[in-house]
Design a protein around this ligand. Structure first.
Ligand SMILES: Cc1cc2nc3c(=O)[nH]c(=O)nc-3n(C[C@H](O)[C@H](O)[C@H](O)COP(=O)(O)OP(=O)(O)OC[C@H]3O[C@@H](n4cnc5c(N)ncnc54)[C@H](O)[C@@H]3O)c2cc1C
Length: 404
């Protein structure tokens, strides 16, 4: 079989199937481990998926940092803090996504049936009547396969080539990413004390956290498609962040040398769900089937959970003898979608609710002011409500089975 895309969905699926002794060709348009930055947050739901794959504890060599908690500031005033693990078995953990993917590929590389074609782009599907029979590569060569699993991300070319529709939801935001580099950002890392901090104020909203790689990641929310504000350089961004930041964060941001700031990189956010994730000989997984918003770190987690479920159903079908093998594969792809779609639908609904609340706070300066002024008594109430609403976003909507 062929898996297209070595992100979290494709790399983990390839490992799980190769471990079963199946022949798996994984192809990815980029080289090994050279991915643009996306995100580092693994929820307990994703950590449970890694445990079910036999990948917990995470190898010590993988950059990782358990979160100590979440803090919310409105107009410079602390609204509330919530300590990890918030009733989950393990805390949300920041990881270096490149390290995770390299580890998945390293373990897959030990399996005799695994082959990785790095730097190869799938440009089309091979078809025989209505059945997908492989992929065409950008160099014109073809790779025949009894099943193609497209894990090629939110802009999936193979989804379009297969004619599978994506129902998109209005995008809640785009994100401008910045990196505040170590060692200069160390004082900010110390102030964060392991917290994921959200700041909302009159000049906008942003979130920052201590990166697993060292230094700080900072994401500034911006309305979709709206041009980034023109600034006279990184220093002007620091001034903008400082306006709504509590002290001493404001002072630490202003003191940061410009050379210690990288960005912004604009990351357009896309959210959607395919009504059909499969057709004969083809299955979509991860963002290709359901592009996820970055809110509350869900996409990597859902991709890993997709892969676990897919490996269980496909592993059996791909070992089926002839005749009936193609029918078994198609039944298995349908079973994967039936099992995964409800969780994705629910998680996307919960993310949309979070986005709506964040938008109300961003736009509503009266509401923000009122909450900030009454934080001493409204904060604990809001903290309890917020934590109760996070349960499914943290743990997923269902337990995940251990992989064989
Ligand atoms: C700003 C931002 C922050 C985020 N933060 C987090 C977070 O903290 N935690 C979290 O869980 N999620 C986060 N996400 C979401 C998460 O990054 C994605 O949901 C997740 O990476 C999806 O995994 P995937 O394997 O489906 O696809 P991807 O990770 O997108 O991988 C797709 C792979 O396919 C390859 N590819 C694409 N087209 C082709 C082709 N034609 N041929 C060959 N290869 C191809 C690409 O090179 C890529 O390696 C964030 C997203 C954004 C936008």
């Amino acid at each position: 079989m062929v898996v297209v895309g070595a992100g979290p969905a494709g790399a983990s699926l390839a490992l799980l199937l190769a471990r079963r002794g199946l022949g798996v060709v994984l192809i990815d348009a980029t080289g090994r481990g050279s991915r643009p930055f996306r995100g580092e947050g693994l929820m307990p739901s994703g950590l449970a998926a890694l445990a079910a794959m036999g990948l917990r504890p995470l190898p010590a060599a993988m950059a990782q940092r358990p979160l100590a908690g979440w803090s919310f500031f409105l107009d410079g005033q602390l609204l509330f803090k919530a300590a990890e693990p918030m009733g989950s078995p393990v805390p949300c953990t920041l990881i270096d996504q490149d390290d995770l993917l390299r580890e998945l590929l390293r373990q897959a590389g030990r399996q005799p049936g695994f082959r990785f074609l790095a730097g190869q782009t799938a440009s089309d599907l091979l078809l025989r009547e209505d059945r997908v029979t492989g992929v065409r590569l950008a160099d014109g060569s073809g790779l025949e396969a009894e099943l193609v699993v497209a894990c090629d991300g939110r802009d999936s070319l193979l989804r379009r080539k297969a004619g599978l529709a994506l129902e998109t939801a209005p995008s809640p935001l785009d994100v401008l990413w910045f990196r505040l580099l170590a060692p200069e950002a160390e004082a900010i890392v110390t102030w964060l004390a392991g917290h994921f901090v959200t700041v909302v104020g009159s000049s906008g909203s942003y979130a920052l956290y201590p990166s697993a790689r060292g230094g700080v990641q900072l994401g500034w929310a911006i309305a979709p498609g709206v041009p980034a504000p023109a600034t006279a350089g990184p220093g002007a961004w620091a001034e903008r962040w400082a306006r709504d930041a509590p002290d001493p964060l404001a002072r630490l941001l202003l003191a940061l040398p410009e050379a210690a700031m990288q960005g912004p990189v604009r990351l357009p956010v896309r959210v959607g769900l395919c009504p059909r994730w499969q057709r004969p000989g083809l299955l979509l997984l991860g963002d290709a089937a359901h592009p996820m918003s970055p809110l509350r770190a869900q996409g990597i987690n859902m991709a890993l959970r997709d892969a676990l479920v897919a490996a269980r159903h496909l592993g059996t079908a791909l070992m089926e003898g002839e005749p009936g093998r193609s029918a078994a594969i198609d039944a298995a792809t349908a079973a994967v979608v039936a099992e995964r779609r409800p969780e994705i639908l629910r998680i996307q609904q919960l993310q949309a609710q979070e986005a709506h609340r964040a938008d109300l706070l961003r736009r509503g300066h009266l509401l923000r002011g009122m909450l900030a002024r009454s934080a001493r008594w409204s904060g604990p109430l809001l903290a309890r409500r917020w934590q109760a609403g996070q349960r499914k976003l943290r743990n997923g909507t269902r337990a995940i089975d251990r992989d064989i």
